[in-house]
Design a binder for this molecule. Structure first.
Ligand code: GTP
Ligand code: MG
Length: 197
């Protein structure tokens, strides 16, 4: 699987700004600062296309990255960021919910969990919600480089248990700094979108 082209085709906060529903989309969800934008950069092999920041709340719009003109990765704003106003938080929540429930070409949502910590209450809520809409089944544990090798399996087991993953669900440990998991994820995205390349 090769990334021949990648294009930020749209940045939006409401439906009319989103691209046409003319190709499969896979969205990336997770708490603020978990590494969603970094993961997208790693998968597409561009260091800085998706903007990242060490302070939470960097991504405030829904950003659509088109790969090889046949599949889109969708970068969502993070949840659980305390230092924004209630009004702003509700606005983001509504924006994410409208996208996730109303998008015809949304195939799956990859949920990111920080491998260092057990899933938060909001992570679990989000996953339950994805299950309800049939968008669950792929979880990525980020920042694997921050955990020693012999602890990784233990932390993965906690994520599995807390989210209630079944044996058919997929859980992949990644590191955006070490570029771990990029190829596997790109292949998974293509398989999930049901297109060959
Ligand atoms: P929001 O847009 O605020 O929701 O955050 P995000 O989920 O898009 O996170 P982002 O990619 O901006 O990364 C947040 C911080 O975590 C940045 O400082 C990244 O450099 C760091 N980070 C992301 N992924 C990794 C990783 O795999 N390993 C390490 N060590 N740091 C990472
Ligand atoms: Mg981001």
């Amino acid at each position: 699987m090769i990334v021949k082209s990648v294009d930020l085709v749209a940045v939006g906060v409401e439906l009319k700004q989103y691209p046409l529903e003319d190709m499969p989309e896979i969205a990336i969800a997770g708490r603020s600062n978990v590494g969603k934008s970094s993961l997208i950069n790693m998968i597409i092999g561009r260091k800085k296309l998706a903007r990242i920041s060490s302070s939470p709340g960097k991504t405030q719009t829904i950003n659509f990255y088109e790969i090889n003109e046949n599949v889109r990765l969708v970068d969502l704003p993070g949840y659980g960021y305390a230092r924004v106003s209630k009004v702003q938080r509700e606005k983001w929540g509504a924006m994410i919910e409208t996208y996730l429930t109303g998008r015809q070409n949304l195939v799956k949502v990859i949920q990111l969990i920080d491998l260092r910590h057990p899933p938060t209450k909001q992570d679990i809520q989000m996953y339950e919600w994805l299950k309800h809409y049939g968008l669950d089944g792929i979880v990525v544990a980020t920042k694997a480089d921050k955990i020693s090798r012999n602890h990784i399996q233990k932390h993965m087991a906690v994520i599995k248990k807390d989210l209630g993953l079944s044996k058919d669900d997929i859980l992949i440990a990644t590191s955006s700094t070490k570029k771990q998991g990029a190829e596997e994820l790109l292949k998974l995205i293509y398989d999930t979108a049901n297109i060959s390349e």
